[in-house]
Write a protein that binds this ligand. Structure first.
Ligand code: ATP
Ligand code: MN
Length: 467
């Protein structure tokens, strides 16, 4: 029978048996196995020692622990295997857990049996060593994982502790976004990735051959979400978006993960409340689930608590331009603010700030004109502090058929690829809006990463699609 009887544990309570593993290093370090005999499965992170005794730092996905193997205890053959095992060999070590204050993490495994599962060939040792990890850019600034060598070996770099930490933060952020929207009764909804028209503008469109036609990779889920808005009213997604970004900034990828939402009947203020809500929820989830990871990255937990607990101030575009001009930045009213300007503006912010009411001329046709002053649109960007800049772009959508046709014509945009979009206005158009949040950007800001590529496993940029 389906329904009430469904077993939520996919392993039917046999976690250990079906996973092939019962003891996790993190749990050993948490003190769950003090004095007990356990079997630890993992990878060798470091190894040193003498002809009588070997010290192995073993790691798994949950932590690391020092393991001691004595020749007297484990015998000649096992000792030799341990001595010859190279970094990143996979091994199973059986032994007793000792509380040991001098060991990293407070515990040590005294080994009594060794099994090498996947040996590393001494002719081809693990290519990533300490020297390879210590990379700086032209200005002497650290750029973790950023050398050509490490980017070429990204598939192996993934197991280094900094990258593993980033991937855990990333996972918690994805979970937080789903939880936020599902708790608010939003429906998760998927749009196609092959599309016919631009959302953000033609200059960043990826063109792909599509049988005897051309198609584009989607820049955003939004237009297709607006088509479902009259059906679902509150919808969201987390999906990749594609933009042919040539600019080599620290916050642009060509393939990024976009959390987007769309709500019927909502005003710009209500949409901003959701943007603030989801970012605050991501920050508080990271504090709940990943405090030790944030600490290992030297993040200021008080700052993250502030991002989780405080309301985010709002400022009109015009005010931001005045602030920039007062700081001696050359900026003309009507231009969109690029990274260089957002960076200066947000340098002394201690919270994310919403910028609202951008000039109409800076934004595409789907932004709704402010009925109180036609020079502006009812939109917002959320700018993260610490010089980070934009993490969300959103606002109300042009919703009357007459207005959308006028806006397309003003822009000189052909109607044909957008006919489906215009139709959604012809049949029961209503006020609505939404936003797009760059998940990789939010994670890289909260993690204090030096570059957006630090928080995505295989970064795609104008210069790289491999490995
Ligand atoms: P920017 O001006 O920084 O290039 P945008 O104004 O083009 O961004 P939107 O179209 O508003 O961005 O997209 C919504 C969100 O998606 C942005 O606020 C940002 O967080 C994220 N985003 C946009 N482009 C990229 C990219 N190339 N790489 C990573 N994230 C991106
Ligand atoms: Mn934007």
């Amino acid at each position: 029978m389906l329904g009430g009887d469904i077993e939520l544990d996919p392993t039917n309570g046999q976690t250990g048996a079906s996973m092939g593993k019962t003891v996790w290093i993190g749990e050993v370090q948490d003190g769950l196995y003090d004095g007990k005999t356990v079997e630890l499965k993992g990878w060798i992170k470091r190894t040193r020692g003498s002809n009588k005794m070997r010290f192995i730092v073993l790691r798994d996905s949950t932590g690391e622990i020092q393991c001691v193997g004595k020749k007297d205890t484990i015998g000649e053959e096992s000792f030799l295997a341990l001595k010859e095992a190279l970094i990143e060999s996979s091994v199973i070590l059986n032994g007793t857990v000792n509380v040991d204050e001098r060991s990293e993490g407070g515990h040590e495994l005294v080994v009594n049996a060794v099994e090498i599962v996947g040996a590393v060939d001494p002719e081809r040792p693990f290519p990533i060593n300490k020297e390879a990890l210590d990379v700086v850019d032209e200005d002497g600034e650290p750029m973790p994982g950023g050398s050509e060598f490490l980017l070429n070996h990204r598939h192996l770099y993934l197991r280094t502790s900094r990258m593993t930490t980033m991937l855990k933060l990333r996972s918690s952020a994805f979970g937080a976004i789903h939880n936020y929207f599902r708790a608010g009764d939003f429906i998760e909804y998927q749009a196609p990735n092959f599309v016919a028209g631009a959302v953000e503008g033609g200059s960043t469109l990826f063109e792909v051959p599509y049988f005897d036609k051309v198609a584009y990779l989607t820049q955003s889920w939004q237009l297709y979400a607006e088509a479902a808005m009259p059906a679902l009213e509150r919808l969201y997604t987390i999906a990749p978006s594609f933009r042919a970004e040539e600019s080599r900034t620290r916050r642009h990828l060509t393939e990024f993960w976009h959390a987007e939402m769309e709500v019927a009947w909502a005003t710009n203020d209500e949409i901003m409340a959701h943007g603030e809500g989801v970012v605050r929820h991501i920050a508080s989830t990271l504090l709940d689930e990943r405090e030790s990871e944030l600490t290992s990255l030297n993040r200021d937990l008080d700052a993250i608590a502030r991002y989780a607990d405080s309301p985010y101030p709002k400022m009109r575009y015009d005010e931001a331009v005045e602030i920039l001009q007062s700081k001696g930045v050359e900026v003309e009213w009507g231009e969109d603010l690029d990274y260089s300007k957002e960076k200066i503006l947000t340098q002394d912010f201690d919270l994310p700030h919403f910028l609202t009411h951008y000039p109409k001329i800076a934004k595409p046709f789907y932004h709704r004109v402010d009925p109180d002053d036609e020079k502006y649109v009812l939109c917002h960007d959320l700018l993260a502090p610490e010089g980070y800049g934009e993490i969300i772009g959103g606002g109300e959508r042009t919703w009357s058929e007459e207005e959308i046709l006028r806006r397309l014509d003003e822009e000189g945009t052909p109607h044909e690829p957008y006919q489906f979009y215009i139709d959604t206005r012809s049949y029961g158009g209503v006020p609505h809006g939404g936003f797009g949040l760059g998940v990789d950007r939010v994670v890289s800001w909260l993690a204090g990463a030096s570059h957006i590529r630090e928080v995505i496993p295989f970064p795609r940029t104008s210069r790289r699609v491999t490995p």
